[in-house]
Design a protein around this ligand. Structure first.
Ligand code: NAD
Ligand code: SER
Length: 399
């Protein structure tokens, strides 16, 4: 379980603050040094090496009061490691733990693990619908934190709604039960899809009407409620975010309504026109993957005393329409062309979702702040997609 094993105030001018007070504590897994923590907007640094921690503290302004906490997130299981998020979260967590712990990449027999993930650490066959497979991985690797990314995305879920429920809810139940029995923390992403047509569309509040019309959304609202239930009833440390549509280049998205905002980059870089399944003036909320990965880590190491919401926090980074995204791409690739062939299913889902979310609670409760806006994201995506095409990788869609 993610838990704080020690917490103390240290004033760097006081005699208590010396190298031994930090370096002597060799048993900690991760050290968090924070300025003004746990106040809203606090700045935190994570270090895994006590010597570095000491040097960082020494460099601080004289007389500043800081808090030091010893935090444990040692052995992590990521279920759904082959997906758009998992394939980037596993390497990020491995870098973050910096050999102070283990990240086990969970995957199913249907989708092979990418080579980089397979070679860089342990992996395990984990099917969320098979409770025993989760339990085996948790026990074998003494897991304390589970990232549960297994789901069917919104458009796919509409073609197989029973399966979407099975993976999203029966699977989540299995994860929560194993977490309860083994004292694990759990992160299960929710989505803008948890909202519906009656939800206020602009600057959607954290706590508001949630009556989604898709199976995907129904699993997301239920998942939020179940996760809160386990926290309130059993004190299982559940936390999550409502991700907007995620944009990335490493792994194609798995059948969502927001996939167009990834596919468009591959067409643009290949010099092909893009046929967009979403109408030009349909706004939705988006986030670039580096921010999404950072949010998944920062929430799980946040001071639990500050979390009033837990499941799930609104997140936001940029809101745009297909026409606005195409215009931004055209600034870099002047002959880029977009046409529209609206897919009625995806369009109706998009219209039922908010245009932009209010993420104030995430800012206040765990200091969340996105780094990428649309312009930065577009530049980075074009560069990286071009790099992949140069290496011979030419797919923006799942095989
Ligand atoms: P994805 O479709 O790319 O990946 C899903 C992963 O789940 C895959 O690795 C798949 O093999 C795995 N999976 C499917 N069935 C499984 C099962 N029975 N047992 C174990 N694993 C199983 O999805 P993603 O984009 O990586 O999304 C991960 C989570 O984030 C999901 O809960 C999704 O709803 C949520 N989310 C994603 C986005 C987005 O834009 N990508 C936005 C909002 C929320
Ligand atoms: N990207 C996801 C989807 O479109 C949003 O949760 O399904």
């Amino acid at each position: 379980m993610l838990h704080i094993t020690g917490l103390s105030h240290i004033d760097i001018d006081q005699p208590i603050f010396n190298s031994q007070s930090i370096i002597g504590k060799r048993s900690f897994d991760l050290l968090i040094i924070s300025k003004n923590w746990p106040s809203p907007g606090a700045k935190t640094w994570l270090v895994t090496n006590p010597l570095i921690a000491f040097r960082s503290l020494q460099n601080w302004e004289s007389g500043r009061s800081v808090e030091v906490s010893l935090i444990k997130m040692k052995n992590i299981l990521v279920i759904g490691s082959t997906g758009q998020i998992g394939s980037e979260l596993v390497p990020a967590l491995r870098t973050y733990l910096n050999e102070t712990g283990t990240v086990v990449a969970g995957y199913t027999s249907r989708t092979p693990l990418p080579q980089d993930i397979k070679e860089a650490g342990p992996s395990a066959l984990v099917n969320v619908c098979d409770k025993a497979s989760i339990e085996t991985a948790v026990k074998n690797y003494e897991i304390d934190t589970i990232y549960n990314l297994a789901a069917l995305l919104s458009a796919t879920a509409e073609s197989v709604p029973l399966k979407a429920w099975d993976v999203g809810i029966n699977g989540l139940f299995n994860v929560l039960e194993i977490a309860r029995e083994n004292h694990c923390s759990v992160f299960t992403p929710s989505s803008i899809g948890a909202f519906g047509p009656n939800t206020p569309k602009l600057n959607t509040p954290q706590d508001t009407i949630m009556r989604p019309t898709t199976m995907y959304g129904i699993t997301k609202v239920t998942g939020e409620l179940l996760s809160n239930y386990y926290y309130n009833k059993y004190e299982t440390d559940t936390r999550s975010v409502r991700y907007p549509g995620l944009i990335s280049y490493k792994t194609p998205p798995g059948g969502g309504t927001t996939d167009y905002a990834v596919e468009i980059f591959w067409s643009a870089v290949k010099g092909e026109p893009y046929k967009c399944p979403i109408a030009p003036d349909t706004p939705m909320d988006f986030m670039y993957m580096p921010d999404a990965i950072r949010a998944a880590i920062e929430l799980m190491i946040a001071n639990p005393e500050n979390l009033k919401h837990r499941n799930s926090f609104n997140l936001s980074a940029m809101s745009f329409t297909p026409a606005q995204l195409a215009k931004s791409i055209s600034k870099k690739i002047s002959d880029f062309k977009i046409t529209y062939e609206v897919d009625p299913l995806r369009q109706s889902i998009a219209e039922s979702w908010p245009d932009s979310l209010d993420e104030t609670c995430a800012e206040e409760e765990w200091g969340w702040k996105p780094e990428f806006d649309m312009e930065n994201m577009v530049g980075d995506m074009l560069e990286n997609v071009q790099g992949l095409l140069n290496k011979g990788n030419s797919s923006s869609k799942k095989e």
